[in-house]
Design a protein around this ligand. Structure first.
Ligand SMILES: [Zn+2]
Length: 143
């Protein structure tokens, strides 16, 4: 685990960073959710609107296309994953339960995911600014 403030390595059992003294927080639910290779969030080139993501998930959810919201968020793995889960959910609940609940789940999750993506985006921008004086060739090419 690395300190989120200074990047110093922190032992799993340590509560504070030995370098900067800030608290080492344990992983949040969403960090765990996105820690696998398949579910890992992909950094986007621009900010995403949580409201738009929620609206897509909700309204498309009523025509069984809730996962489309993940395409808007640029998360294709999540699209395929939830697409498969959705089919299972419809089958297991004989359409009724999933039909009512899924639009709400997609709306809430895509809303939160858009926020998480924007956090990533901000970190990415900060990283790019820091790297400007350094060695980040990709960033220079983009500018
Ligand atoms: Zn630190």
């Amino acid at each position: 685990m690395y300190c989120r403030y200074c990047g110093n390595e922190i032992g799993e059992n340590e509560k504070f960073c030995s370098n900067c003294g800030k608290g080492a927080e344990s992983k949040s639910f969403s960090q765990k959710l996105y820690s696998h290779d398949i579910t890992k969030l992909k950094t986007q080139k621009e900010m995403k609107s949580p409201g738009a993501a929620a609206a897509i998930g909700f309204f498309m959810g009523w025509i069984m296309l809730g996962p489309v919201g993940y395409i808007y968020l640029g998360q294709w793995n999540w699209f395929w994953l939830t697409f498969v889960i959705q089919i299972l959910a419809y089958t297991l609940t004989f359409f009724i339960g999933a039909y009512i609940i899924l639009p709400i789940i997609f709306a809430l999750h895509q809303y939160q995911m858009a926020k998480d993506i924007n956090e990533l985006w901000k970190l990415d921008q900060q990283g790019a600014v820091v790297d400007e004086a350094g060695t980040d060739e990709d960033y220079r090419e983009e500018v």
